[in-house]
Design a protein around this ligand. Structure first.
Ligand code: DOR
Ligand code: ZN
Length: 347
């Protein structure tokens, strides 16, 4: 097979940042994806519909002439999100859901939720208005081993939440463990999960092989090989619970290559090439379209994209760095060779 053509895919979990840095990267996503769920963890966080609509306007304004790309905005849930804000978000077609960051779990999560019991009324409102909850699924208890934080979150927070709110639609974002995969599989169709390309391609050895590899550091952190295999099996199975979310999260090079480096892998430049690599290694390229172009739209109950994206089999080298506002950014697999290359999507 020298090329694969898919219905235009979507990225159901993306960090675009803001300002000049965003303007330098947004077209990497727009070249490959029809739509993307844009994460609200800016500083300050995007907590209101009004702020999200302004941010959306800046994203659209930063696109190159003629590029078509639909940002689907997520709002940042806090202990103090007013009921009125949930109603406003439910009425705005540009808003796709609310993101739950446990306070302290990841980049710019300081304003996040400090205890799930504090937002029970907000979860009721989301359920009542039919607004999905997008979850960063890790406990933040410093006594819990960082590699166990997702599994612990599932048993102590997510499972009770799914039971208590039987109609709430929930996405376990960037699932990284066998426990996470099995939990989502055990739920009905109102619970889904996104899977990143880096968690399909790498296990935790990638963090420490031959030295500390800060560009492989993300949250949730890479897990052991058996978990990676569970993710690959889930993504390539065609199961409608699982769909593509890159969690592409750019940080300027000095913030990554530091004594206390930031979490995030920048995969947007080569997103579909990386997923194609993971699916090809699993002998499952024929399942890529469901995962990348069908399952997410079906979960959210919005039409699948028209148009197509074609990947060609050719060897090319990923650039060492990219422009990122006043700084540079190191993309995933910088300087390495890839065997698939996506052309700009059509339609
Ligand atoms: O690695 C990550 N980076 N995980 C997150 O949850 C946030 C993201 C970011 O915004 O940098
Ligand atoms: Zn993220």
């Amino acid at each position: 097979m020298d090329s694969i053509t898919l219905a235009t895919p979507d990225d159901w979990h993306l960090h675009l940042r803001d300002g000049a840095a965003m303007a330098d990267i947004v077209d990497h996503s727009a070249r490959q994806f029809g739509r993307a769920v844009v994460m609200p963890n800016l500083k300050p966080p995007v907590t209101t519909t009004a702020a999200a609509l302004e941010y959306r306007g800046r994203i659209l304004a930063a696109l190159p002439e003629g590029a078509r790309f639909e940002p689907l905005m997520a709002l940042y849930l806090t202990d103090a999100t007013p009921a009125e804000e949930i109603r406003r978000a439910a009425e705005a077609p540009e808003i796709i859901g609310f993101k739950l960051y446990p306070a302290g779990a990841t980049t710019h999560s300081e304003a996040g939720v400090t205890g799930i019991e504090k937002i029970h009324w907000a979860l009721e409102a989301l359920e009542r208005h039919g607004v999905p909850l997008l979850v960063h699924g890790e406990v933040t208890d410093p006594d819990v081993d960082i590699f166990d934080r997702e599994a612990r979150f599932i048993e102590s927070v997510l499972e009770p939440l799914v039971r208590r709110f039987p109609a709430l639609r929930i996405v376990l974002e960037h699932v990284t463990t066998k426990e996470g995969v099995e939990f989502v599989q055990s739920c009905g169709p109102r619970v889904g999960a996104t899977i990143t390309a880096h968690h399909l391609l790498y296990n935790r050895n990638a963090l420490l092989t031959g030295g500390i590899r800060p560009h492989h550091y993300c949250l949730p952190v890479l897990k052991r090989e058996s978990h990676r295999q569970a993710l690959v099996a889930a993504a390539t199975s065609g199961d409608a619970h699982f769909f593509l979310g890159t969690d592409s999260a750019p940080h300027a090079r000095p913030q990554k290559e530091s004594a206390c480096g930031c979490a995030g892998c920048y995969t947007a430049l080569t997103a579909m090439e990386l997923y194609a690599l993971a699916f090809e290694r699993a002998g499952a390229l024929h399942m890529l379209e469901r995962f990348a172009s069908h399952n997410g739209a079906d979960f959210y109950g919005i039409p699948r994209n028209g148009g197509t994206l074609t990947l060609h089999r050719t060897t090319w080298q990923v650039p060492e760095t990219l422009a990122f506002g006043p700084e540079r950014l190191v993309p995933a697999m910088a300087g390495e060779s890839l065997t698939w290359r996506a052309s700009r999507r059509s339609g």
